[in-house]
Ligand binder design. Structure first.
Ligand SMILES: *[C@@H]1O[C@H](CO)[C@@H](O)[C@H](O)[C@H]1NC(C)=O
Ligand SMILES: *[C@@H]1O[C@H](CO)[C@@H](O)[C@H](O)[C@H]1NC(C)=O
Ligand SMILES: *[C@@H]1O[C@H](CO)[C@@H](O)[C@H](O)[C@H]1NC(C)=O
Ligand SMILES: *[C@@H]1O[C@H](CO)[C@@H](O)[C@H](O)[C@H]1NC(C)=O
Length: 360
C-alpha cells in the first residue's frame, strides 16, 4: 500500500509545481494530502495495482507531474476543454506516446488512391449547420483497443465501415478489427498502420468477416484469410481534401470519416471542446487515428466561448473523455485534424434512401 513517509523534496516540489493559475479546473493549492487522496481515488477507479512500493512511489510522482501538466494545458486552452485526471494519469508523456501513438509516420505526400478514378459519391454539397450520426443510430459502440496494441487505425477503419453500412445499406454490421490488424497489406499490426492500408486490404480480399467469427485479441496474429465469410465489403475509399468546410459537407451527406491527429493533449482530456494554440499542438505530428461522427457550433451567449467543433469517436473505451468521444475545434486544423481525412465508400443499396444526418 501507500509508503508511510514521502521524501520532503517531493512534498516541496509538488506544492511548487502546483501553484495554480486562476482559471484551473483543478482545485487550487492542492495539498500533499489532497494529491495522495486523488491518487488513491484514481487507483481505485481505474483498478491500478503496482508491484512494489518503489513503483507506487514512482507512479505517484508521475501522477503529480500530470496534474501540473493539466494545469499548464488548462492555462493555455483556447476552447472549453477541461484537463485533469484520466485513465492515463500514471503514464509519463513518453510512455503514453509509446503505448498508444502510431510511430510519427513518414506520411506519404500522395496517398494511394482508392481504386476509383473519381468519387462522384462525395460531390453532393450539404449546407447542414450541425450533424450527429449517433442520433441516427448509425455509429457503433465505442471500443477499447487495450494497452498492448497500437490498433487505433484498425478501429477507425472498422467504425467508418460499420457506420457507412448502417447509413447506406441499412444493415448493421460488426466487422473484424483483428482481421484488419492481421491481414492489412504492408502494415505493422499492433505496431501501427494506416486506415487506407485497412481499406486496401478489405478491397483486396473482397470484404471483412464479422467480429464474432474473428474477434479482437489485441496482439499480432497471422492472417487467417478464410476465417468467417467475408460479409462486409466496400466500393472504394477516398482521401479527402484538407478543407474543413468540405469535410463537414462530406460528413453530413455521406457519414462518418476517419482522420489522423496529434494526440498529445488527449492524455489529460476530460471533456469540452479542445482548441490549442497552434504552436502547442503541431499539425504535423500525427500519431492517432479517430472517427469524426458529427459537428456543430456553440452559439454566442454573453461572455461565453463561441466556435465550431467536431464530434469525434475514440477507441479508448467509454471511461475516457465524453463517454469515449471528444470534441475539437473545427476550422483551425486543430492538432492536424484536417490533414489526412479518409473514408471508405459504400454505395447505397438502392432500396431505401439513406437517412439524413440528424442535427444537434
Ligand atoms: C483489476 O486488476 C487486476 C490485476 O491487474 C485484475 O486481475 C482484475 O480482474 C481487475 N479488476 C477489475 C474489476 O477490472
Ligand atoms: C454488434 O455488437 C453489439 C454488441 O457489441 C450487439 O449488441 C449487436 O447486436 C451486434 N450487431 C450485429 C449486427 O451483430
Ligand atoms: C507485430 O508485427 C509487426 C510486423 O510484423 C512487428 O513490427 C511488431 O513488432 C509486432 N508487434 C508485437 C507487439 O508483437
Ligand atoms: C492482395 O491479395 C494477394 C493474394 O492474397 C496478396 O498477395 C497481395 O499482397 C494483396 N495486396 C494487397 C494490396 O493487399
Amino acid at each position: 500500500m501507500w509508503p508511510a513517509t514521502l521524501p520532503v523534496g517531493l512534498v516541496v516540489w509538488g506544492a511548487w509545481v502546483l501553484s495554480p493559475p486562476a482559471t484551473a479546473a483543478l482545485p487550487p493549492d492542492l495539498s500533499m494530502a489532497q494529491m495522495i487522496q486523488m491518487f488513491q481515488d484514481f487507483r481505485a477507479r481505474f483498478n491500478r495495482t503496482y508491484q512494489t512500493q518503489e513503483e507506487t512511489h514512482e507512479r505517484f510522482k508521475v501522477f503529480v507531474q500530470n496534474l501540473a501538466r493539466s494545469r499548464d494545458l488548462q492555462a493555455s486552452e483556447l476552447g472549453t476543454a477541461q484537463y485533469g485526471v484520466t485513465r492515463f494519469s500514471d503514464l509519463t508523456e513518453n510512455e503514453f506516446a509509446e503505448k498508444f501513438g502510431l510511430a510519427p509516420p513518414s506520411l506519404p505526400g500522395q496517398l494511394p488512391t482508392g481504386g476509383l478514378s473519381e468519387s462522384p459519391l462525395l460531390r453532393k454539397e450539404s449546407k447542414s449547420q450541425s450533424c450527429d450520426w449517433r442520433k441516427a443510430g448509425a455509429v457503433t459502440a465505442v471500443k477499447d483497443q487495450g494497452t498492448e496494441c497500437k490498433s487505433c487505425w484498425a478501429f477507425a477503419t472498422a467504425s467508418n465501415i460499420e457506420a457507412l453500412w448502417n447509413i447506406h445499406r441499412q444493415l448493421p454490421r460488426n466487422v473484424s478489427v483483428q482481421e484488419i490488424i492481421d491481414c492489412a497489406y504492408q502494415k505493422k499490426g499492433c505496431n501501427g498502420g494506416f486506415v487506407w492500408q485497412g481499406f486496401l486490404s478489405v478491397l483486396n480480399s473482397s470484404g471483412l468477416s464479422g467480429s464474432e467469427l474473428y474477434p479482437y485479441v489485441g496482439r499480432n496474429q497471422t492472417c487467417q484469410k478464410h476465417r468467417g465469410r467475408k460479409v462486409t465489403t466496400i466500393d472504394g475509399y477516398e482521401v479527402l481534401p484538407r478543407d474543413e468546410k468540405y469535410l463537414a459537407s462530406v460528413v453530413a451527406s455521406q457519414g462518418p470519416v476517419t482522420a489522423l491527429l496529434n494526440m498529445k493533449v488527449l492524455q489529460s482530456y476530460q471533456k469540452g471542446i479542445i482548441r490549442r494554440p497552434s504552436q502547442a499542438c503541431s499539425p504535423n505530428h500525427l500519431d492517432h487515428a479517430v472517427v469524426i461522427v458529427g459537428f456543430g457550433d456553440v452559439k454566442s451567449r454573453r461572455g461565453s466561448w463561441t466556435g465550431s467543433y467536431w464530434i469525434i469517436q475514440n477507441s479508448w473505451g467509454e471511461h475516457w473523455g465524453e463517454k469515449g468521444y471528444f470534441r475539437l475545434n473545427r476550422g483551425s486544423n486543430t492538432c492536424g485534424i484536417a490533414m489526412y481525412a479518409v473514408t471508405a465508400i459504400v454505395k447505397d443499396s438502392g432500396k431505401k434512401t439513406p437517412p439524413p444526418c440528424p442535427g444537434i
